[in-house]
Design a protein around this ligand. Structure first.
Ligand code: HEC
Length: 176
């Protein structure tokens, strides 16, 4: 686990300049693992803070934020940044790792892993781009939290929500 975290942080810092040789050192992760074990828990930790401090204007209410809340938000957002970067950088985008997770089913999905794999294979560049966008937005959220910028933190948290939704609509449960 510690090795994985360290690798994820390196990915987060140097993603756009990753070369073929550095990619071979990347931890391999399936889309489902990335979602269920990394991206979703990190996002839940973000919502844990932001949902209780949302102001009417879409920002956060600074009066409802203390140092512990800001630090939790910054930490969760930077984990999300690394997790999404790792997914985006996978040389092969696999919904599930063959033989490992195939038996697990996901709630509320109308499509099988094979069908979702076909949606991704039809446009892997868009998938990577959306994961990359999530990573960048999470980095902005982490920065806003470090700077105690309540308005920016609320806005970027809202953008993250929309990014989850738009990728899911395109690749997880598209209307075909
Ligand atoms: C780049 C595209 C993409 C983005 C961005 C994305 N997801 Fe996903 N997500 C998927 C796909 C594809 C699946 C279906 C995977 C499968 O079949 O298991 C999925 C599945 C999930 C699941 C179900 C996992 C399971 O199998 O139990 C959760 C939970 C989830 N995503 C949460 C999130 C959250 C939260 C965000 C935003 C922070 C997010 N996702 C952003 C593509 C994306």
């Amino acid at each position: 686990m510690r090795g994985w975290m360290a690798a994820a942080m390196i990915v987060g810092m140097g993603l756009t300049s990753a070369t073929a040789s550095s990619q071979s050192a990347l931890p391999r992760i399936s889309v489902r693992e990335a979602m269920a074990d990394h991206i979703n828990p990190a996002t839940l930790a973000v919502w844990d803070v932001t949902n209780t401090a949302l102001a009417d204007d879409g920002g956060l209410d600074p009066r409802l934020m203390d140092d512990a809340a800001w630090e939790k938000l910054a930490g969760a957002a930077s984990v999300l940044h690394s997790d999404a970067a790792l997914l985006s950088a996978q040389p092969k985008l696999q919904v599930v790792q063959p033989g490992r997770e195939a038996g697990q089913s996901i709630a509320e999905s109308a499509y099988s892993a094979e069908q979702i794999q076909r949606f991704i294979d039809a446009d892997p560049a868009a998938f990577r781009e959306m994961a990359q966008q999530l990573s960048l937005t999470a980095a902005e959220l982490a920065k806003a939290a470090q700077e105690r910028d309540a308005r920016r933190a609320g806005e970027t948290a809202g953008q993250i929500d929309a990014l989850c939704e738009s990728c899911h609509q395109k690749f997880w449960y598209p209307e075909t």
